[in-house]
Design a binder for this molecule. Structure first.
Ligand code: PNS
Length: 160
């Protein structure tokens, strides 16, 4: 069984993330979405909320699981018996950071490969931080995040 891990902060999941999840779930037998627990970075949503929002968005895709992880990504892969990391690439500007991370991960464990999937053209401008900014200043986030996530973002920002 070929298991891949799609890691990230997902604060919150966007339609760009969801597109990568849908497409890569067709390439692998099982896809585990790994939500990084990062104590140094306080996000808009806490980890349990992020996991729940992703679970709702992927509920109709049978071979996708959602879990949180802390520490090194390669250790999470080992736990999941996965050998592949899936990452989305939006633009050249993503390349340097992603290239560095993939080299570091293969240095830490040469058995692990990072596979890059290009973002769909319509999502190449999307990021969790831009979605948060738009919502923060009252802009419309319809079509930027899954429909099930939209009310959660609006409510969260209202109650800040
Ligand atoms: O959505 P993000 O914030 O770009 O995701 C970054 C993530 C979670 C993939 C990255 O920070 C990560 O893998 N963190 C775990 C720590 C780790 O394994 N570091 C070594 C590789 S540089």
């Amino acid at each position: 069984m070929r298991t891949a891990v799609y890691p990230g902060s997902f604060d919150p999941i966007t339609n760009g993330h969801l597109d990568i999840i849908k497409r890569s779930s067709k390439v692998f037998d099982e896809l585990v979405v790994g939500v990084l627990v990062n104590p140094q970075k306080k996000g808009l949503f806490d980890i349990e909320e992020r996991v729940e929002l992703i679970k709702k968005a992927v509920k109709d895709i049978p071979n996708v699981k959602v879990e949180s992880f802390s520490g090194l990504l390669i250790n999470f892969l080992r736990q999941k018996h996965a050998k592949v990391i899936v990452k989305g690439l939006r633009a050249v500007s993503d390349f340097e950071y992603e290239f560095q991370m993939s080299l570091m991960n293969s240095k830490l464990d040469p058995n692990i490969e990072t596979v890059f999937m290009m973002a769909s053209a319509g999502n190449s401008f999307l990021s969790s931080s831009s979605v948060k900014q738009v919502a923060m200043f009252g802009g419309c986030i319809q079509g930027l995040v899954p429909d099930s996530v939209m009310p959660a973002v609006i409510n969260k920002i209202k109650n800040l």
